[in-house]
Design a protein around this ligand. Structure first.
Ligand code: G3P
Ligand code: CA
Length: 342
C-alpha cells in the first residue's frame, strides 16, 4: 500500500486519501460506523484522535471534553462530574474523559458535532465511543473484508496536559499498536502530533513512523518558544526530518487565500518530508470562493475542485471529512497527469 513517501526513501506513490475521524462529513466522528464508511468509500488511511480515561485506557475522541460529541449532558448520573479544567492554557467547562472509567464512557453515546449542518450524519447518533484497541481490531476486520490494507493515522491529543495529570498517552498508545501488530516501521501506521516531545517519546518506545502536525499560528504546547512559523522554514523542516517522515500542516499553510502556493510543499520535499494537509470539508463555509455553490454556508460546494487544487500543488495526501470527494479529486488529478504526460 502507498504510504505517501513520494519524496523520501520509498518509491513514488499517488497521494493518500486519509479519512478524517472516519468520513465524518457523513457519520458522527470517531465512531466505528464512520471508520467503516471511510473504508467503503476507498480511504487509504483512517485518521482518529485518542484521549485517556481515568483508568488509562485510550478512547477515540477528538475532544477530551465530552459534551459536543456525546450525550453526556443528558445523563443525570454524571451531572456531578461537570467541572472546569485548563487544557493547554484554555479553560473548558464540561465533562472530561479523565474523570470517567472506560466502563462509564462505554455507557455514553456519540452524537454528531455539527448536527445543524450535517443533519444526515446526525441520523447515526447513538453509537458507542470506541476504545483505541477496539478500533484497531475493527479496522483489521474491515481490511480483511475489503481485501486491502487499511492504514491507521492516530493522534494522541494534548500529550503534555495528560502527562501533567499522570495519564501520559504514549505508552498505552504503543501498547495498543503493538498488540495490533502495528508498532513498527513497515506497518501502514502513522503517529501524528502537534507536539514535538511526544513524538520523541513515541520514538523511544517503538520504531513507528511519526508525523509532525502544524497549526497556522502559535507553537507546540511542549515547545512554546518554537512557533510553527519557525518550524516551517527550510531549517525548521530539516530539524523535523530528523524525527518525522512527514508534516501535517493546516491547509492554509499550503495555498494562500488567492490560490497561489506557499513555499511549504517545495521546502518540505527538499527536506525529505511528505505533506498531508488538513482538513478538507465540502461545505461552502470551508471552501475557496470559486468553489462555493450558492449562499448557504452549510450547503455542499465543489469539494472535489478544492481538493484538486492542493493535489496540483504537490501535496502527498489529504485529511478529508468527505472521502468520496477526495477520491474523485485524486482520480481527476491522475487523469490530468496522464494527459500531461502524453
Ligand atoms: O490530525 C489532523 C487533523 O485532524 C488535525 O486537527 O483538530 O482535527 O485533530 P484536528
Ligand atoms: Ca486529528
Amino acid at each position: 500500500m502507498s504510504t505517501g513517501h513520494s519524496h523520501s526513501a520509498v518509491s513514488p506513490v499517488v497521494p493518500l486519501v486519509i479519512g478524517h475521524r472516519g468520513s465524518c462529513g457523513y457519520r458522527p466522528e470517531n465512531t466505528l460506523v464512520s471508520f467503516a464508511l471511510a473504508v467503503e468509500l476507498g480511504a487509504d488511511f483512517v485518521e482518529m484522535d485518542v484521549v485517556p480515561t481515568a483508568d488509562g485506557t485510550l478512547v477515540v475522541r477528538h475532544d477530551g471534553e465530552l459534551s459536543r460529541t456525546t450525550d453526556v449532558q443528558s445523563r443525570p448520573e454524571f451531572a456531578n462530574r461537570r467541572r472546569t479544567a485548563t487544557v493547554d492554557g484554555r479553560e473548558l467547562t464540561g465533562w472530561f474523559t479523565e474523570d470517567f472509567t472506560v466502563a462509564e464512557i462505554r455507557t455514553l453515546r456519540a452524537v454528531e458535532r455539527h448536527a445543524g449542518v450535517r443533519r444526515h450524519s446526525a441520523r447515526y447518533d447513538g453509537q458507542p465511543v470506541p476504545t483505541f484497541a477496539e478500533t484497531l481490531a475493527w479496522l483489521a476486520r474491515l481490511a480483511d473484508d475489503a481485501g486491502r490494507p487499511i492504514g491507521v493515522y492516530v493522534e494522541p491529543k494534548h500529550p503534555t496536559y495528560y502527562r501533567s495529570i499522570g495519564l501520559a498517552p504514549e505508552r498505552p498508545l504503543i501498547a495498543d499498536l503493538r498488540a495490533a501488530g502495528r508498532a513498527h516501521r513497515e506497518s501502514p501506521t502513522f503517529v501524528q502530533s502537534f507536539e514535538v516531545d511526544s513524538l520523541h517519546r513515541v520514538a523511544e518506545l517503538a520504531d513507528v513512523r511519526r508525523v509532525q502536525l502544524m497549526d497556522a499560528w502559535g507553537a507546540p504546547a511542549d515547545r512554546p518558544s518554537t512557533p510553527y512559523a519557525q518550524m516551517v522554514t527550510p531549517a525548521g523542516l530539516r530539524e523535523i526530518a530528523a524525527y518525522a517522515v512527514g508534516i501535517g500542516p493546516d491547509r492554509g499553510m499550503v495555498l494562500n487565500a488567492d490560490g497561489s502556493p506557499t513555499p511549504l510543499v517545495e521546502d518540505a520535499h527538499a527536506a525529505g518530508l511528505f505533506v498531508h494537509p488538513y482538513t478538507f470539508r465540502d461545505e461552502n463555509a470551508f471552501l475557496a470562493a470559486a468553489n462555493r455553490r450558492g449562499d448557504d454556508p452549510s450547503a455542499r460546494g465543489d469539494g472535489v475542485a478544492e481538493c484538486e487544487a492542493y493535489l496540483r500543488a504537490g501535496v502527498d495526501g489529504v485529511f478529508t471529512d468527505f472521502v468520496d470527494s477526495a477520491i474523485a479529486a485524486r482520480s481527476a488529478w491522475l487523469r490530468e497527469k496522464r494527459v500531461a504526460a502524453v
